[in-house]
Write a protein that binds this ligand. Structure first.
Ligand code: C2O
Length: 581
């Protein structure tokens, strides 16, 4: 699939200034040793299953895989088999949102209501002559930056009329309303994160935001910049956003993460003490794992099914989990703001212009993922395709939009200026062990689980359902390392890493290893759905390719090591399953 990476290819992105015309922005970065801990971000993480075949026959398995509320309870009550897409939210019932459940901090972010709610039409793409091209933010020239600043300044000026839907604050409120509990659909809170609505909602949101900016400067070709955090040159706050006094600057950002500090795409609230090179290497490894190894199937990439009537937040896709959420946390002003404003909390994230730049790259990853091949295609479930959202266009006209109409960015009138994607060739091959660790000296999974507290690194052996599988068998079914009923307090930070075939002394600050399977993260999550803060989720990692890379395909039993990094976690059981996409 991806070719092997050696130290030469590893160095290229850092040292070459000829591969592209990008202005180098690198300065020595400071990686701080101590970060502040208690940060607020409305996130819960339930990693998804890998089942996208058919709409009827997979229901039961879906429930099991996703750990949907008490496993069977919720999904049994929801007729997943019939068409139940999430409809346009009912604006008349839009109500006050909440920032923080414990203090019950309220925040009002409903949009202005259109005159005739029942007659809001479906959106039609206006005719266009030229694609809007979104440039990588770190490489944009001064002329572009000036245009973008002017457009944002004009958008901020519209705030003088607080109910102008095109105003900067109203635009930010869109995010709050769809994420902090202002809308209800099907009797439940509407949430566009932690599920398969994540990618399409944000795509439409940016589409209109971009068109509004363009119309404010009379430039229909204006394209939003993208924060190219998947490339070493973009692994820092884009410099254009770091100019104090400009309209795209935001004061509520972590001051320790300015001036070229290298970003940690796995940031979980604490600073990792390592070199810039190792950080970038970890980042590219995480990108490789999230885009390639752990996302061979559509639902793993997009997130779990979220039909009308089901509880919100059934499970995140790989990219929403990492790096999307860590970038929010890393940027937000957690040291100084109580709720991690602006980027570190959903209700306020849209108040930082860099939000739209971050999400442009998230959106770009959707396009990139589809180009990788294999079974990486858009979902085909009607409940996804027919889900709807509500937006105002640049002429202040209200529209309903559908997921099915946002699958092709060129049809929507925009595309991304190409940048190399070094993570694609970043398959980690360095091994920290030679040969197979002695599994007979390890306790079997059946003895280790249920695990009451994952408070130190632990290794165990686990049986595989099949070994020495043929290529055909591998194409048909993915081998999934599955952790059932992971439980923790969802108001807390959680992260643990999973390695295969290492012992528990593995250095978990260096992720660029063949044995690194993936990470589970969760960040404080505020919701009004039920009174419980006990998350109970299923987490799966696709390990087919990993086992090839480590040379363990013929083994019946393998060693798994869990390294806790943050939070109190218990795990009910672990198993390896074979699953079709
Ligand atoms: Cu809607 Cu990045 O969150």
């Amino acid at each position: 699939m991806a070719s092997v990476c050696n130290s030469k290819t590893l160095n290229t992105p850092f040292t070459s200034s000829t591969t592209s015309s990008l202005a180098s922005t690198s300065k020595p970065s400071q990686l701080l040793l101590h970060g502040k801990r208690n940060q607020t971000f409305k996130i819960s993480c339930k990693v998804s299953n890998n089942d996208q075949n058919g709409e009827t026959n997979s229901v039961d398995r879906r429930n099991v895989l996703l750990g949907l509320g008490g496993l069977y309870g919720v999904a049994n009550a929801v007729p997943l088999a019939t068409a139940n897409p999430i409809p346009t939210p009912d604006l008349t019932s839009c109500s006050i949102a909440h920032i923080d459940e414990t203090d019950d901090v309220e925040y009002s972010c409903c949009p202005p209501k259109p005159d005739d709610l029942d007659k809001v039409p479906y959106y039609k793409f206006p005719s266009m002559t030229k694609l809007r091209i979104r440039p990588p933010a770190h490489a944009a020239d001064e002329e572009y930056i000036a245009k973008y600043n002017l457009a944002t300044k004009r958008m901020r000026e519209l705030d003088i009329n607080p109910t102008d839907p095109l105003g900067f604050k109203q635009q930010a409120n869109i995010h709050c309303a769809y994420c902090n509990g202002a809308y209800r659909v099907g009797g439940k809170e509407l949430q566009v994160h932690f599920s398969w609505l994540f990618f399409p909602f944000h795509r439409w949101y940016l589409y209109f935001y971009e068109r509004i900016l363009g119309s404010l400067i009379n430039d229909p070709t204006f394209g939003l910049p993208y924060w190219n955090w998947d490339h070493p040159k973009g692994m820092r706050l884009p410099p254009m956003f770091d100019r104090e006094g400009s309209s795209i600057y935001d004061e509520k950002r972590n001051q320790n993460h300015r001036n070229g500090t290298v970003i940690d795409l796995g940031h979980f609230g604490e600073e990792v003490e390592t070199t810039q090179l190792q950080m970038m290497t970890n980042n590219l490894t995480l990108m490789y794992r999230q885009m390639i190894t752990n996302a061979p199937c559509p639902l793993l990439f997009f997130g779990a099914p979220y039909p009308l009537g089901s509880d919100p937040s059934p499970g995140m896709g790989t990219i929403e989990n990492i790096p999307h959420t860590p970038v929010h946390i890393w940027t937000g002003d957690n040291p100084r703001q109580k709720h991690g404003e602006n980027m570190g909390n959903f209700y306020s994230a849209g108040l930082d212009p860099v939000f739209y730049c971050h999400h442009a790259n998230v959106d770009r990853m959707w396009n990139e993922w589809k180009q990788i091949g294999g079974k990486r295609r858009d979902l085909t479930q009607k409940d996804w395709l027919n889900s709807e959202f509500f937006f105002y266009d640049e002429n202040r006209n209200p529209f309903r939009v559908r997921v099915r109409d946002c699958l092709d960015t060129k049809k929507m009138g925009y595309d991304y200026a190409p940048m190399p994607t070094p993570w694609r060739n970043f398959k980690p091959i360095r091994k920290s062990t030679t040969g197979k660790v002695n599994t007979s000296s390890l306790p079997p999974a059946s003895q280790v689980f249920p695990l009451a507290k994952l408070d130190k690194a632990i290794s165990f052996s686990i049986d595989r359902p099949a070994s020495s599988r043929t290529q055909q068998e591998k194409t048909e079914q993915e081998e999934m390392l599955t952790f059932n009923k992971i439980q923790y307090d969802d108001r807390k930070y959680i992260r643990f890493d999973v390695f295969l075939n290492v012992d528990k002394n593995v250095n978990a600050d260096e992720l660029d290893k063949a044995e690194f399977a993936g990470s589970y993260t969760s960040l404080p999550h505020v919701h009004k759905v039920n009174g419980s803060h006990a998350a109970s989720v299923t987490f799966q990692l696709a390990i087919t390719e990993l086992l090839e890379d480590i040379g363990l395909e013929d083994e019946d039993t393998i060693a798994v090591t869990l390294v806790p990094k943050k939070g109190d976690i218990s795990i009910d059981s672990a198993e390896i399953k074979l699953e079709a996409c």
